[in-house]
Design a protein around this ligand. Structure first.
Ligand code: KIV
Ligand code: ZN
Length: 386
């Protein structure tokens, strides 16, 4: 049975770039956009064209460059924003305008000093106006995570009627629990008239470390687009991480969901974005962290050396990592020492390994990690200058 496709909407260049101190220049944005297209993302959110002349120029240049993905520009529910976005996107092969407005009571009261009825009117006007420029119009209900479901359904119904092709349901503040977010998507799927004409989209922030779990709960309940960033970068605690959601769907066939992503490019893309943004990837980051396929304790190393699947659920080659690594530390056992020593050129008998291991432990107690360069010193100390 063929799997259902989940569209990957990458917002590294818009929401991701909102990380304090991580501004990308125009050239860097183009290089990243080209790589995202190659990676297989379905939509690239290239920027917020009205926000600055630089952002406008980048969205226009990316529109020119990108061959396969849709190119999207963000706007508020404001006419001028929409006109400027349409202008920036005019050479895109597949342009999308992403417009919207806050729908939670707190946004309505404090940001807009408005009413629910007025918000619906503004949402309809924005979508209808965007439709005069492009066919593909995505609507975001900002702070949908904290918006009452009944009102959210009314907003969604109104904008679908006005022509919205995608309904973005952002958990802007990263507040929802996975059950709650999943139930919200299910509620909209079941209660918005005309919902079959639009795609529901998950846009989750990571304030409680739940962005990935919430996005997966969303697609399990009927959403068919996930908005995410490379390495999960984004404001505050970041956005849903692209590599995580892609690999969750790939590693769990029972979900019956997949994406168009070429996962073999994930690791390289992660390094590229990290380097260009000057933002390190935490070593224990799932899928792309430096330690994601590194084994350091004796029991695990012994297992992985016998068969990788004992402690790895992903083949590192599937995400573009050459191989799992066996890191020598004071917790490593004889199997790991023999394995690394062999790579460096020492084929040890059982007795030689016993000697070497005693010296290794003394050395390891004094060092955090033992590199291949340290192995000859250990052999020498064990009188095994083979
Ligand atoms: O988090 C959010 O609500 C957003 C919208 C502007 C789409 O980024
Ligand atoms: Zn966001």
């Amino acid at each position: 049975m063929s799997k259902d496709k989940v569209q990957i909407f990458d917002t590294t260049l818009r929401d991701g770039e909102q990380v304090p101190g991580c501004k990308l220049d125009a050239e860097q944005k183009l290089v990243i956009a080209e790589r995202l297209d190659e990676l297989g993302v379905d939509i690239i959110e290239a920027g917020f064209p009205i926000s600055s002349p630089g952002d406008f120029k980048s969205v226009a240049e990316i529109s020119d460059l990108v061959k396969n993905a849709s190119v999207c520009g963000l706007t508020r529910a404001v006419k001028k924003d929409i006109e400027v976005a349409a202008e920036a996107l005019k050479t895109a092969k597949k342009p999308r305008i992403h417009t919207g407005i806050g729908t939670s009571d707190s946004h309505i009261k404090y940001k807009f000093n408005s009413t629910r009825e007025e918000i619906i009117e503004r949402a309809i006007s924005a979508v209808s106006y965007a439709k005069t420029f492009v066919e593909d119009v995505e609507f975001y209900a900002e702070d949908a995570g904290r918006t009452d479901n009944e009102f959210l359904a009314r907003v969604c119904e109104a904008v679908v009627k006005a022509g919205a092709t995608v309904l973005n349901i952002p958990d802007t503040t990263g507040y929802c629990l996975p059950e709650e977010y999943g139930a919200k998507i299910k509620y909209l799927k079941e209660n918005v008239k005309g919902i079959h004409k639009a795609t529901l989209s998950c846009h989750c922030h990571n304030d409680l470390g739940l962005a990935t779990a919430n996005s997966i709960a969303g697609v399990i309940n009927g959403a068919r687009q996930i908005e995410c960033t490379i390495n999960g970068i984004g404001e505050r605690a970041g956005n849903t991480s692209l590599e995580e959601v892609v690999m969750i769907m790939r590693q769990h066939p029972s979900l019956n969901l997949d994406t168009n992503i070429n996962s073999k490019l994930l690791y390289d893309t992660s390094r590229m974005v990290s380097e260009k943004m000057g933002m390190i990837v935490q070593p224990n980051k799932a899928i792309v962290g430096a330690n994601a396929f590194a084994h350091s304790s004796g029991i695990h190393q012994d297992g992985v050396i016998k068969n990788r699947e004992t402690y790895e659920i992903i083949d590192p080659a599937d995400v573009g990592v050459n191989e799992s690594s066996i890191v020598l530390t004071a917790r490593s056992g004889r199997a790991a020492l023999a394995y690394r020593a062999k790579i460096v050129g020492y084929e040890l008998t059982k007795v030689q390994l016993d000697h070497a291991y005693q010296e290794f432990l003394k050395f390891a107690d004094l060092h955090k990690e033992i590199t291949d360069e340290d192995i000859p010193k250990i052999m020498e100390a064990a009188n095994l200058d083979l």
